[in-house]
Design a binder for this molecule. Structure first.
Ligand SMILES: C[S@@+](CC[C@H](N)C(=O)[O-])C[C@H]1O[C@@H](n2cnc3c(N)ncnc32)[C@H](O)[C@@H]1O
Length: 202
């Protein structure tokens, strides 16, 4: 099910952004992966938070890669057009800054400088083939709860391999890490499921 909404679980996203931005300061190429992105509400929320936190120039170095098993969500994300009823939870300053009216009555579009930073790829997490590596942040929320426990463990291991050294993973606040992968991540805040990659040395 693709239930999602803008500014969902803001404290987790805020914590993740704060730690990622501190970690990537001064870098010229920053990759973020939002896995199980549904119709784009989460990935665009994250992009807006990052635009605020990083500032104009650093934000241009960012590439946010949204993925979902539902390929048709790609077109919805690329267009970034949503009915006003879906945008009610967005704080007014964000709505004013990052949305523009469209020719479709009652619909608004995410502005182009934000859309330009976001790409979409059709991807099945259970393939266990990551879309790349060197990610500074991976956000995967409200997806893994539908998987079998053993599958969850393998997906967390894939995320660990895909993250750059010391980079950040964000999970939904109701989900704890499976015991098998606890050694791979260090929680960065006691009140959020946000973790820093622990590098394992042979
Ligand atoms: C409940 S929505 C969560 C959306 C968003 N992450 C959030 O927290 O609001 C779950 C999403 O996971 C996607 N999904 C389910 N199984 C998946 C899989 N094996 N690989 C990738 N995405 C999957 C669904 O298509 C859906 O869009």
């Amino acid at each position: 099910m693709a239930f999602s909404f803008f500014f969902r679980d803001l404290p987790t996203l805020d914590t993740a952004v704060q730690h990622m931005v501190a970690q990537t300061m001064g870098r010229s190429r920053i990759r973020v992966w939002v896995a199980g992105s549904a119709k784009g509400q989460e990935v665009y929320t994250l992009a807006m938070l990052l635009a605020e936190k990083m500032g104009y120039f650093s934000f241009q170095n960012l590439r946010i890669e949204a993925t979902d098993i539902e390929a048709e969500f790609g077109e919805i994300i690329r267009r970034g057009i949503y009915p006003k009823a879906e945008l009610e939870r967005i704080p007014q300053p964000y709505f004013d800054r990052y949305f523009q009216p469209t020719e479709q009555e009652g619909c608004f579009q995410v502005i182009e400088p934000i859309r330009r930073r976001v790409t979409f790829t059709h991807h099945d997490l259970l393939s266990l083939n990551p879309i790349g590596d060197g990610f500074s942040l991976i956000v995967c929320k409200n997806v893994l709860l539908h998987f079998q426990p053993a599958e969850r463990v393998e997906v967390f291991k894939m995320f660990h391999r895909s993250l750059a050294t010391d980079s950040i993973l964000a999970n939904e606040h109701t989900q704890k890490l499976p015991a098998e992968v606890v050694p791979l991540f260090q929680q960065v805040a006691s009140d959020a499921q946000v973790y820093r990659k622990v590098s394992l040395h042979a």
